[in-house]
Design a binder for this molecule. Sequence first.
Ligand code: NAD
Length: 427
Amino acid sequence: MKNEILSGVARELESPLYAEEVSRFNRVAERMGLDENVAERLRVPQRAMVVTFPYRHDDYSEVDSLFGYRVQHVLTMGPTKGGIRFAPDVNLGEIAALAMLMTWKCAIVGLPFGGAKGGVRVDPLKLSRAEKQRVTRRYTTEIINFIGPNKDIPAPDMGTDEQVMAWIMDTYSQHVGHTEPAVVTGKPPALGGSVARREATGRGLVSLLPLAADQRGVKVDGARVVIQGFGNVGKYAALAASESGCKVIGISDHTGGINNGVGIDIVEAIEYVEKNGVLEGFGGGDVITNEELFRLDCDVLIPAAIGGVITPEVAEEVTAKILLEGANGPTTSDADPILNDRGVFVVPDILANAGGVTVSYFEWVQDLQNYFWTETEVVGRLREILNRSFSEVLSVSIREKTDMRTAALMKGIKRVAEAKLARGVFP
Ligand code: NAD
């Protein structure tokens, strides 16, 4: 770090994920010969808001105080964009790291946004629907001046969904006095949500599989796929993979995993989880742990739950030839070289899961224009953007003789740095 004051700010953001992402950024910035003045600005978020707020339990027995965050990493590119996460271990550093990843992701696929992220430190599984609604509306009220269609546009992430986005949109609309669909994306279609947004991250991810498979001579038809996480990203990735002819032999959620060498019936698994909330008790295969899941013999591994799960120990034992990162930050930076040495083709989070923010961008555009696209238009444009972005990152990786994560970061950082230099320093 260049100066002491900013080192101090960075300490405010201390968390394992932030340390990972800054160290990756530093490595790539050095390799690119990035202007240190720009690099210093990009290591820390431009704006970070921390709030605490109360919510009362349904039975009036208690009022809990919760921490909430919203971080805007870079305001140079346009409004900021990024999900809101409800999870028991959310902290400022993690949210700052995720906001930084959003900046690179938007730049890689060419969207006119800087990165943002938000979160509430709460276990969503312990909240009733009414409690979740009160938490959402009060959190929205606390950050209301920070967000807006031209400022910062939230979306769903872990522990939040279309319903949470609907409550945010309604709270914001009540505040400004008119309906404002463009303040969030990932809304229900009835409120101005885009068709195909719900499944965009998982399906977008799997749409890159044939391109990745070409790089390792893997046949998509019959490829054995293992997926951690069976929420929004994981279940649609599983569905898309099985529809593409893959055999999904392992799936899991926070309650554990299922292994079935013949292939799991994904439609049945989705129906089961929609009814029961968790995979536990689904009889479609042998019960395994999340640790065992990563060690299953397979061709394609898709982490689609939490961060930091592909550690050096796991990387040593992964048998997959392709790692498609559905989750944000699933691989630790000390696991990257092991995966590379072992010839695993990694499609990094900032490219692989960009389908979600891309269709979120489409949703925002549709809301601003009050003109809605067909599913064919949305899916076709998504595919075009993801395929082009994959090819561009692959070209950088071949030209620079480096892995896909480094290449993706080089592409994303370059675009943001160019914009920063063109705008200059104010005043
Ligand atoms: P979700 O809340 O819908 O689902 C999360 C899933 O992960 C659930 O099945 C949950 O049981 C499982 N899980 C949680 N903790 C686990 C653990 N310790 N071990 C195993 N499984 C666990 O969340 P989501 O929207 O699917 O997001 C999943 C990941 O994808 C996150 O890292 C998120 O940041 C990333 N992501 C999401 C989107 C999106 O559009 N939703 C876009 C890009 C990236």
